[in-house]
Design a binder for this molecule. Structure first.
Ligand code: ATP
Ligand code: MG
Ligand code: MG
Ligand code: MG
Length: 480
């Protein structure tokens, strides 16, 4: 049977047409003569009302039409008298696909906590909040491809299983094909990877960058958009063990070109959301405001969702060196509000999210691009500056989130790169495949990584990164 999506019906309002709608019942109100069924099919945040004549359908059918049940309703679309809806379907036939015991159905028509919903992976997606987030997530993914495609970038898939650890942070998950009870040992008692499937230590990728660089040195402008894995042993609201990353890599780009592209992309994505996800964003904004009412004054958001999106769209991002930022953080210490009390910083330290948010929300009141970080807190591949202390790194900082993008100009000079790798104890010989990029026709190049979930967090206003991915992977949780 042909199904019409509720989204399409509400957009087009084909009054008088005969339609079949299929979806899940949100609520049913029955009077003596008619039943009003609020139906949702996931295509939009809005429900449509299906009106069923009690006498015509009889108790037998209508008692199966309960909250959570899935049905098909065929009938004629008519203009609605009721407030808040423009049209409704007068049912001529109703088919119940799957019943849902109203006593047992976990989604009662009350508000559930996000923590509770995380425990019911399937039905979580059926709530207004999560279906709205997932539609926004879809639109953002689409917009990413659109943005890069319009710019002539090529979408490249980098491997998920790899032997490299681009970030060198020791957060890579190991991949092995050993039987657990028969791990082959070498003479020193260590694991003998030569006997494993890849004959080499393998892990899940922490970043597609190194392979992305190879592609950029051939196709000039590429991007990856794939899953990334990090054994983040911390429970924060902005880290997942499995997340998606967008990583463009560009030959012939210096650090400034890199910043320009990143800023343009972020604004494009925000604008795309405003233009294409209005209903879902309006719902999420209202939701965030209601949540806020239950919080103590000091923890409430200073901007509404729309204001935050405009904050990104309408401001030139402030470009500040790491060294200047440290000076600001040091100076700002005495007049601290409680929210930002740990501002003591020394040159050389990595910034915590609260330092990042202080710079954005309190000091500059703009999105911030911090660049030229100390060499010693950044990865080996970043381009060394002439001061001998800093590298051409850049992080983009957003309100409510902190770091949303990390990027850099890459070290394209073979001698400098080799020297740095040796100093950091990275086996240069084993990375010959990577060194080839500097060996033959090396060029200045740059790139960055955008954490897709952090972007969705920003756009939807969700406080916890676990709530913007359908199936979050965090310490102790890989079941659903
Ligand atoms: P953080 O300082 O927050 O741990 P990072 O500096 O380790 O992030 P990068 O290696 O720079 O992260 O990765 C690029 C981007 O990927 C980050 O700017 C962020 O948006 C995202 N990201 C990094 N780690 C995670 C994670 N565990 N979960 C979700 N997104 C992440
Ligand atoms: Mg990290
Ligand atoms: Mg960081
Ligand atoms: Mg980073």
């Amino acid at each position: 049977e042909k199904r019409t999506k509720i989204q399409e019906v509400l957009a087009r309002e084909p009054i008088g047409e005969e339609l079949t709608l299929m979806g899940w019942v949100r609520t049913k109100r029955a009077s003596k003569n008619v039943a009003f069924i609020a139906l949702n099919d996931g295509s939009t945040i809005n429900n449509i009302q299906v009106v069923a004549d009690v006498e015509q359908f009889g108790e037998e059918v209508l008692k199966k039409v309960t909250t959570g049940a899935s049905i098909a309703a065929t009938g004629k679309l008519v203009a609605s008298q009721g407030a808040g809806q423009s049209c409704e379907l007068i049912a001529e036939s109703i088919e119940v696909f799957g019943e849902a015991d109203p006593e047992k159905y976990p989604l009662q028509p009350k508000k559930h906590s996000l923590e509770f919903l995380r425990e019911i992976a399937h039905l979580r997606l059926r709530t207004n909040t999560f279906s709205a987030i997932m539609r926004v997530r879809h639109s953002m993914a689409f917009a990413v491809h659109q943005f890069f495609n319009d710019k002539g970038f090529f979408y490249i898939n980098t491997p998920i299983i790899t032997s490299s650890d681009a970030e060198g942070a020791g957060e890579a998950f190991k991949v092995t094909n050993f039987e657990l009870d028969a791990i082959p040992r070498n003479e020193e008692g260590g694991v003998d990877f030569k006997k494993d499937f890849f004959e080499k230590e393998a892990n899940l990728t922490v970043s597609g960058q190194l392979e992305g660089e190879l592609a950029a040195m051939a196709l000039a402008e590429i991007y990856t958009f794939g899953p990334t894995f990090r054994a983040e042993n911390s429970n924060t609201t902005r880290h997942l063990a499995e997340f998606w990353m967008i990583e463009p890599e560009m030959a012939f780009y210096d650090l400034k070109d890199n910043m320009d592209l990143a800023e343009e992309m972020l604004k494009y994505l925000v604008k795309y959301a405003l233009d294409n996800c209005a209903d879902d964003l309006a719902f999420l904004e209202k939701r965030a405001e209601e949540e806020d009412k239950n919080k103590p004054q000091t923890e409430r958001a200073e901007m509404t969702l729309t204001e935050r999106l405009k904050f990104v769209l309408e401001n030139d991002f402030e470009r500040v060196t790491y060294t200047e930022a440290i000076e600001i953080l040091k100076r700002s210490k005495p007049n601290q509000k409680k929210k930002f009390q740990y501002l003591i910083e020394e040159w050389g330290a990595d910034l915590q999210s609260e330092h990042e948010r202080f710079l954005v929300e309190k000091h500059f009141k703009k999105p911030v691009i911090l660049y030229n970080y100390p060499r010693d807190i950044k990865a080996f591949y970043m381009r060394q500056n002439d001061d001998g202390k800093t590298v051409g790194a850049m992080d983009i900082l957003f309100p409510g989130i902190g770091e949303i993008i990390g990027g850099s100009q890459r070290e394209e000079r073979m001698d400098k790169l080799t020297e740095r790798m040796k100093a950091m104890g990275i086996p240069v010989e084993e990375m010959s495949w990577y060194m080839d990029t500097r060996r033959f026709g090396s060029v200045p190049h740059s790139g960055y990584g955008l954490g897709f979930e952090r972007m969705i967090q920003f756009v939807t206003g969700m406080g916890n990164i676990r709530d913007v991915i359908p199936f979050p992977r965090t310490p102790g949780n890989c079941e659903f």
